[in-house]
Design a protein around this ligand. Sequence first.
Ligand SMILES: NC(=O)C1=CN([C@@H]2O[C@H](COP(=O)(O)OP(=O)(O)OC[C@H]3O[C@@H](n4cnc5c(N)ncnc54)[C@H](OP(=O)(O)O)[C@@H]3O)[C@@H](O)[C@H]2O)[C@@H](O)CC1
Ligand SMILES: Nc1ncnc2c1ncn2[C@@H]1O[C@H](COP(=O)(O)OP(=O)(O)O)[C@@H](O)[C@H]1O
Length: 478
Amino acid sequence: MRTAYSVETVRAAERELMARLPDGALMQRAAAGLAAACADLLGRVYGSRIVLLIGSGDNGGDALYAGARLARRGAGVTAILLTPERAHTGGLAALRRAGGRTAGVDAAEASIERADLVVDGIVGIGGKGGLRPEVAPLAAAAARSGAAVVAVDLPSGVDVDTGEVRGEAMRADLTVTFGTHKPGLLIDPAREYAGVVRLVDIGLALPSEAVELEALQHADVARLLPLPAAETDKYRRGVVGIAAGSARYPGAAVLAVAGALRGGAGAVRYVGPAGDAVIARFPETLVSDRGPKKAGRVQAWVVGPGAGDDAATVAEVLATDVPVLIDADGLRLADPEAVRGRTAPTLMTPHAGEAAALLGVSREEVEGARLASVRELAARYAAAVLLKGSTTLVAGAGGTGPVRVNPTGTSWLATAGSGDVLSGLTGSLLAAGLTAVDAASVAAYLHGLSARFAADGAPVGAHDVAEGIPGAWRDVRG
Ligand SMILES: NC(=O)C1=CN([C@@H]2O[C@H](COP(=O)(O)OP(=O)(O)OC[C@H]3O[C@@H](n4cnc5c(N)ncnc54)[C@H](OP(=O)(O)O)[C@@H]3O)[C@@H](O)[C@H]2O)[C@@H](O)CC1
Ligand SMILES: Nc1ncnc2c1ncn2[C@@H]1O[C@H](COP(=O)(O)OP(=O)(O)O)[C@@H](O)[C@H]1O
């Protein structure tokens, strides 16, 4: 499992470790890792032109010491001191001893233009808000130049704890982060500014109870996948009920069933007006048009994709005592009190627009503050929430524990109907017995992986994503 911790936890762990180490040892570990990453990116250090952007804190110190290491290997290193009187003293002396030069902000743009590599040591975990106005033009200059940009610990200007970007920020090709991932490196919009993230171990001991974000990896997902035991049968594997689709949107029902058939449940029941379309495509589906109550027993329900205005079905499903996934139209039609009052697990799967409607804010606000939004929804509805989009997040009911972030997402998934596939797939995993958080995060993982394989650099439709799910399972199981 990949984990991320808040600044407060990182600072506490740093203090604890620094108390046991000689002065400056931790910064040397960081600088060594940073210099090695820069060297790897450059390929050839000797003769390369490196510009360091140096702010007033220890982030600048890391960059200066790393610059000294690179200067000793023959790079031409120029440190632009953004606040010369406050640049890290030891780092500055080391750079000068190694033959590096320093310059003021006036020289910055011309140096950046000629550089092979720009190192962003403006601000790290001590940063507040976006880049200040006098520094913002340097971000634009770095983006314009052909230089590779390496951010130290995190790109300057992004919010490390939330992934929010309020104002200008540096855009990096590579971020070299120390001790642990930070939430902002894994959540858009900041994640996009970070580029590839390389973690350097500096020996921090981080308490598992303080994890802020978790990202499942292949091995975690493999452990959670429901596999049929030898003595199993279709009912013991779990039956998932899909209450979806309408005369206007029969396709949503077909796509949700397509996802559900590949999620590990032993049978899929479909309830709704699109039974003919479902059967035509998937004859193995158990179809009923008599409503959820009379459809026969299920271990989990999915309600809402393409449901139009059928509030009665949503209410009927919410009144059951099995796990329920509410998606799409279902989110709008569900009575909040009925959701909060459920005793069995409930999972809501909004995209940013649906989450915005539920929270009474704008879509942009949700997209700009995904972590806070998913936690807030999970708290308000006392339900687990999967917030879809460029970064998919999953919060447990109440919103207080670690939030899962999906690492397999791809923007090829931004295609009509792919959310319906996800809801069916997740419902199937719920019926197979996974918790709401596990079902949601495993489904998002497989869904993203499937889309990557199916797309392979070209557009795909939602049905391709559904058909690719078995391939994603096989890949995860190795
Ligand atoms: N601690 C450790 O053991 C280790 C720490 N390590 C490294 O240290 C980094 C943290 O260092 P840090 O605490 O000195 O903070 P840092 O991020 O450099 O910023 C400091 C100053 O920046 C300023 N400033 C704020 N916002 C700004 C903005 N938007 N734009 C411009 N300036 C802004 C503000 O000063 P102000 O101008 O407001 O007075 C603030 O005081 C960490 O990310 C890692 O790289 C590693 O070496 C491993 C060991
Ligand atoms: N830019 C993006 N990057 C990664 N995944 C995305 C992006 N945009 C959308 N997705 C994913 O695509 C799916 C779209 O779901 P949804 O918005 O419900 O679409 P629909 O209602 O058409 O099925 C979700 O899984 C979402 O996370």
